[in-house]
Write a protein that binds this ligand. Structure first.
Ligand code: COA
Length: 325
């Protein structure tokens, strides 16, 4: 079975926050943030949730495809910032959109979550188990930030994106040609966020209250600029394609410098790397589907185009896939 993306959607919190506004909260500057990251604005939640944003993005994808929610077999929601540990956010989305016949569960692979969701969906589809699958990435990362820590809070934003895929006929060109993905748990603590500690009467350790994102920025930067080009090359080799064969490289929007460094290492034309990180910041699992939706709605994706999608982030996790749109 071949995978065909038949609908895309995205949803963003209504409030946009500029670098200048962040200067009211921490000691930073517009110049520093733009130079180091390429970020100028980001959307921050003033009440929107992972479930509400994901549901809105999924509804838009369904509408675009002309598919009813009851026809959806599966919902995979990538998130590392759900409101509830249980029920999972995917089940909340199922309820909100009325996808009563779908099985729904979350995937947490941080910023690689959407990509891992897409390859998971492809495996289900290829096995013949399901025919129509919604894959979403949705984050409200702003609640995981220490808004007194200028080295992290300036980087992230909130938002959601979704795609609807269906099993396509073998006569159609659309498909996932190849993928390459991996994890490096040994380096996990370079980007982490603690959940609550054990609090049962048997546990005697000191409880430390640090429930916010901690990051070794330079270690993450080194990892991303080495690993992203390597796994893209691996996926291209598996597809018997070269950098020149690819129409667009849709990379996780963490930082413009990382994307530029990846393009350089691949000897690829930077014009083939669309970016929206300047307007969105890093929305973790949501960046790739939000960018895909923007490009799709602008008419920049044509059937038959060859795209590379690539994500990387906490875990550490990384991956790339080659698809024919
Ligand atoms: N505004 C102004 N100064 C800041 C600042 C901010 N928001 N954040 C940190 N600084 C300061 C530091 O305190 C440090 O000052 P010092 O030299 O007086 O100690 C100086 O800027 C340099 O800090 P450093 O951390 O070395 O900066 P950097 O050049 O490595 O840039 C990042 C920091 C975070 C932009 C960069 O490491 C990066 O992009 N890493 C990848 C992060 C990422 O994408 N994570 C998510 C992956 S999914």
């Amino acid at each position: 079975m071949r995978m065909k993306i038949i609908g895309t959607g995205s949803a963003l919190p209504k409030v946009t926050v500029s670098n200048k506004q962040i200067m009211d909260w921490v000691d930073t500057s517009d110049e520093w943030i733009r130079e180091r990251t390429g970020i100028a604005n980001r959307h921050l939640s003033t009440g929107e949730t992972v479930a509400s944003l994901a549901a809105e993005a999924c509804e838009k994808a369904l509408k675009q495809a002309g598919v009813k929610a009851e026809e959806v077999d599966m919902i995979l929601l990538a998130t590392c910032s759900p409101e509830y540990l249980l029920p999972c956010a995917a089940c909340q989305v199922q309820e909100r959109i009325g996808a009563a016949n779908a099985v729904a569960f979350d995937i947490n692979a941080a910023c690689s979550g959407f990509l891992f969701g897409l390859t998971t969906a492809q495996a289900y589809l290829q096995s013949g188990m399901y025919k129509k699958i919604l894959i979403a990435g949705s984050e409200v990362l702003s609640k995981l930030m220490n808004w007194g820590d200028r080295s992290t809070c300036i980087l992230f934003g909130d938002g959601a994106g979704a795609v609807l895929i269906e099993a396509a006929e073998d006569t159609q060109e659309s498909r996932m040609i190849s993928f390459s993905q991996g994890s490096d748990g040994a380096k996990g603590m370079v980007l982490s966020c603690r959940d609550r500690w054990i609090n049962n009467p048997l546990y005697k350790e000191n409880i430390q209250e640090d429930f916010y994102v901690q990051m070794d920025g330079q270690a993450v930067y080194r990892f991303a600029t080495r690993q992203v080009p390597a796994c893209i090359q691996d996926a291209l080799q598996k597809a018997f394609l070269t950098v020149e064969d690819i129409d667009l490289f849709i990379l996780h929007q963490a930082n413009a410098r990382i994307i530029e460094a990846a393009a350089k290492r691949l000897h690829a034309d930077i014009q083939k790397f669309p970016m929206n990180v300047d307007r969105m910041g890093n929305m973790s699992s949501a960046t790739i589907p939000v960018l895909l939706d923007e490009l799709n709605r602008e008419g920049r994706l044509k059937r038959g185009d060859k795209l590379v999608l690539s994500g990387f982030g906490a875990g550490l996790t990384f991956g790339a896939c080659v698809i024919v749109w």
